[in-house]
Design a protein around this ligand. Structure first.
Ligand code: GLU
Ligand code: ZN
Length: 298
């Protein structure tokens, strides 16, 4: 059984890029007669707001994107995350890191996802302090995946990322660990998300292997770029077509090179058409979709 999910972080309302991910993951689940879960990635309580959670639900429902089952909240799973954290610790694959952010910044080479951690604390045998982070030991093994859109992608995590954090110094479990625990608990079989997370995926597979958790199928969709910059919560607002869900659906289908429905359909008919004609392989761009052309002509 296909089980997919959409996992927004409620640090703002959904922008068009995240709506595109919601629509695409929904369509992919429907085409495969699967389930589509909604998971709220609300671990970072410094940035999360309840009003954004409400807004996200409203935005999805306005687009007729209704999820299966109860909404899943990361904030209710702290005990699960700690269980798996302790499991990795008991396998002696972790160490305590007491480096300050500043120290890491000055000591590390720039990498594909921030600075490459130089392993400063690897052999220090640090004892627990109030604000320590926990890192997982990496090794020479190359971690690879076969992405449904990006194709073969591989990483030497030790060299390109370094030993990475699984519990932050503010005591919050890292996204990398939380996400694999979630997908295990939710029996997720397929993940469709933005290509900005492609570089994270080998770390997630690495943790799954350490914990002997099942592997998942991935499709990483290009992110939307506006004037050469990634679309974010602070730009591209004019593209939200408020109260016009049909226009949002049609725009997203256009961005994703899908067959465009005939004119004058209702929202439900557009969605039916989109499900019937959905094909991931149609997507021409890989890492980014430049949307400037679309904005100025529509
Ligand atoms: N919450 C993450 C984000 O919005 C997505 C996590 C995921 O799909 O794995 O970037
Ligand atoms: Zn350190």
């Amino acid at each position: 059984m296909y089980i997919g999910r959409f996992a927004p972080s409620p640090t703002g309302p959904l922008h068009l890029g995240s709506i595109m991910i919601a629509i695409a993951s929904f369509l992919e689940a429907k085409v495969n007669n699967g389930l589509w879960h909604l998971k709220i990635d609300d671990l970072d309580h410094f940035r999360v707001k309840q009003e954004y959670i409400n807004q996200i639900k409203e935005q999805l429902l306005e687009l007729n994107l209704s999820w299966d089952g109860e909404i899943i909240f990361q904030s209710k799973r702290i005990a699960n995350y700690n269980f798996f954290l302790h499991k990795i610790e008991s396998l002696r694959r972790t160490y305590i890191c007491t480096c300050s952010r500043k120290k890491i910044l000055t000591n590390s080479e720039p990498g594909i996802d921030g600075g490459i951690y130089p392993g400063t604390c690897r052999h220090k045998n640090n004892t627990r302090k109030k604000n320590h982070a926990i890192r997982v030991l990496t090794n020479k093994e190359i971690v690879a995946l076969n992405d449904g859109l990006q194709g073969h992608y591989e990483q030497d995590i030790e060299e390109q990322i370094g030993d990475f954090i699984i519990k932050r110094s503010d005591n919050i479990v890292s996204y990398q660990l939380a996400v694999i625990v979630d997908d295990y608990l939710d029996k997720t079989t397929h993940i469709l998300r933005g290509a900005d997370l492609l570089e994270s995926t080998p770390r997630q597979i690495y943790l799954q292997k350490i914990l002997s958790l099942p592997q998942i199928n991935y499709i990483h969709l290009p992110t939307l770029n506006i004037a050469g910059r990634k679309l974010s919560k602070s730009n591209g607002d004019d593209l939200m077509y408020k109260n016009d869900p049909k226009k949002i659906w049609l725009t997203v289908l256009k961005f994703l090179d899908q067959k465009i429905p005939p004119k004058n359909l209702t929202l439900n008919e557009i969605i039916e058409f989109a499900i019937k004609n959905w094909c991931v392989k149609n997507i021409k761009s890989k890492r980014f979709i430049d949307i400037d052309d679309y904005i100025h002509t529509s």
